[in-house]
Structure formats: C-alpha cells, structure tokens
Ligand binder design. Structure first.
Ligand code: TRP
Length: 356
C-alpha cells in the first residue's frame, strides 16, 4: 500500500484504524532516523490509533551489555517523546471535534501477552519459512558465534506484536517488508483454521521517506554504527558539534549547489536542508545559487542545529524526570496489555486451551 492510499477514504474510518511500529533501542536517533521514520510517525499519530513501542525483546537477539541496553532503552523512550510522539491514553476529541486518536508508547517487554501469543504462533510457523528470511541469513552471517533461536524466531515475535493489537497498518522499510509478509501469511493461515481471529495487516511503504547518507561517504547510508563520528548526526548532538560535522562534510568537485547524480555529497545536503526547512529542492537550489559549498554547509548545519536544539534540551529534561517517564510508559503498557489480552484469550480458547 502506498502512503497516499492512507489519505483516501472518509476521515472517520481512517481514524479508527490502528497503526503499529516498534523501535529497536539502538541508543540514539540519528538525523536519518528522524527524517526517515520519526517524522512519519508524528504524522501517523494524528491520523490513527497509534501503537509505538521500544522493541527491547528483539534487541536481545544480539548480545548487549545489560546496563547499556537498559540505559539505551530509557534514553530512546525519552528521545521519541522529545521528538513529539505523545502518548494519549484516552480517546481525545481534537479541535475539529471529530478526530479521535490515541497514541501509546511503551516497552515491548511490559506486555507479556505478546510473548505468550508468540509461543502459540511458533507452532504455526514453519522452520523453513523462517530460515528463508533475508534478515535471518544476514544476521547469522554477521553473528556467526551467536546464531540463537531468537534470531530465527525474531519475525514471529514481530508478528505477535502486530497481531496481538489487531493492527491494520504497519509502516515498514525495505528491511522489514519480508517480516510483514510473513505476519500476513501467519494471520491468514490461522484465520483459515480457526475463523476470523486476526486482522490481516497492510504495510505502509512511505512514498518518499527521505534517505539520508553519511556525511563522510555520501554513497553509504547514515548509520549510527559508523565508526567515524563525523559521519552521523544525532538529535542529541550539541549545536557546535552539528555545525562542525556539517562543515567537515565531504562534498564533490565543482562548486554548484544542485541535486545531481554525480554530486552525491551536495545532493545529500540539499535533501537534509529541504527536509528540515520544508522547502522544495528547487527552492533550495535557487536560494543557494552561486553561494559556494562552504557557506551552504554552514547554513545546513545551523538549520539542523536549530531544529534539534529544543529536542536535545527536552531529552535532557525528561531524563531527569524518571517518575514521569515511568508513569507514561506504565500507563501506556496497561492499555496495551488490555488490548493484547483480548486477542490472546480468544486465541487460547480457539486452539483448545482450557480457559476458566
Ligand atoms: N524489528 C523492527 C526493527 O528492527 C522493530 C519491530 C519490532 C517492529 N516489532 C515490530 C516493527 C512490529 C514493526 C512492527 O526495526
């Protein structure tokens, strides 16, 4: 499903639909994540019942230092909040008095019903289909010393996340598309045997999800695992660091500021500036016609720094208020457990488990 399909249909119907996505707690939200994923989620939360969570269980498939994981999970939660993801635990009536939207933001591991559902779904997933998943093959190759069951079972946990909450829509990047296909297959298979149990989710493939490249190698995607700190911008970098990194950004030969295939460095900076300011690429090219690379790099850096400053300050503030974060996460999880329990109870009954 293309993103613009989402906009079709009567708004009331649209608002009743549930959208879900999980975030691996990787420590920092990069500029790439922000423009590619987080900004889309901000849009979605205005239109759908939105379920967002920190996929802490998924992140156990790769060895992490427990203290680091714990801290990263909490920090990621605060970063998402600071970006503008706002849990709404009650159905809200907004200004135009028709919109009803609800947003949850919690930790995956706080909803044990999802893990219970995973066990049942495991019994309907074929080992062969899991072994065929591209991500399983890639991760097995990358972590040869730790090819654990979790790595193989990763997509079934994802399916449980999606199906437990009766999700309609899942925004997916290319790397998760195959997992969503599997989720659909499992749902259809299960429904075929037991009746209408699961809603079969549709993917939302963002139409123009901005792809942001490394500032040091504009042919490689911006990645938080990049060993060169100058390659990646994070939403919690200081203003000085952000401007400095943009000043050092690798550019191309020539001096023209235009979006062109043989100018990956400048094109990347144009994309970033355009996404941050909301200006079109043509307007950006016009604005900087004849300006030279040096000035352009500073302008882009300053625009990004100005955008992220309030977010960074809010993250810092939130992290000093653990009680607030805890309350929000707990209350969100409570609602999530209620939704997931309904599905789980039904599934348990349908497969023949004794329920009193
Ligand atoms: N696996 C996803 C990722 O690595 C995170 C995730 C977990 C997820 N459960 C999900 C995404 C359910 C969408 C739906 O990014």
């Amino acid at each position: 499903m293309e993103e613009n399909n989402v906009k079709k249909g009567k708004s009331k119907k649209k608002l009743e639909r549930t959208l879900l996505t999980g975030f691996q707690p990787t420590g920092i939200i990069t500029l790439g994540n922000y423009l590619g994923t987080v900004q889309n989620c901000l849009k979605y939360q205005d239109s759908f019942n939105s379920i967002f969570f920190i996929a802490d269980l998924h992140s156990l498939t790769v060895r992490r230092d427990p203290k680091e994981l714990n801290k990263a999970s909490m920090s990621f939660y605060a970063q998402l909040l600071a970006c503008g993801i706002t849990p709404q635990l009650k159905e809200l009536e907004t200004a135009d008095s028709k919109k009803i939207s609800k947003t949850l933001l919690f930790f995956q591991s706080h909803v044990p019903q999802v893990s219970e559902l995973q066990w049942i779904l495991n019994c309907y997933a074929a080992i062969g289909e899991l072994e065929r998943m591209t991500q399983f093959k890639d991760k097995s190759a990358k972590h040869e010393d730790n090819i654990n069951m979790g790595l193989l079972d990763y997509p079934v946990l994802m399916a449980s996340d999606i199906l437990a909450y009766q999700t309609d829509l899942v925004p997916v990047g290319v790397d998760q598309k195959q997992h969503l296909e599997l989720t659909r297959d499992l749902a259809i298979r299960f429904n075929h045997i037991y009746g209408d149990i699961f809603r079969v989710p549709e993917p939302i493939i963002a139409k123009s999800g901005a792809k942001i490249y490394s500032l040091q190698d504009p042919t490689a995607k911006m990645s938080k695992s990049d060993p060169n700190p100058n390659a990646t911008i994070s939403i919690i970098d200081s203003e000085q660091d952000i401007v400095k990194k943009f000043k050092r950004a690798v550019t191309d030969s020539g001096s023209e500021i235009v979006m062109r295939e043989d100018k990956p460095g400048i094109s990347n900076l144009i994309t970033i500036y355009s996404c941050i300011t909301g200006k079109t690429v043509e307007d950006v090219e016009k604005e900087f016609a004849g300006s030279g690379y040096g000035n352009f790099k500073v302008q882009v850096g300053e625009a990004v720094a100005a955008k992220f400053k309030p977010i960074r300050e809010e993250v810092e503030r939130l992290l000093t208020d653990e009680t607030y974060l805890e309350t929000l996460a707990k209350e969100s999880a409570k609602v999530a457990r209620r939704i997931a329990k309904k599905t789980l109870d039904n599934v348990q009954k349908k497969v023949g488990l004794v329920k009193f």
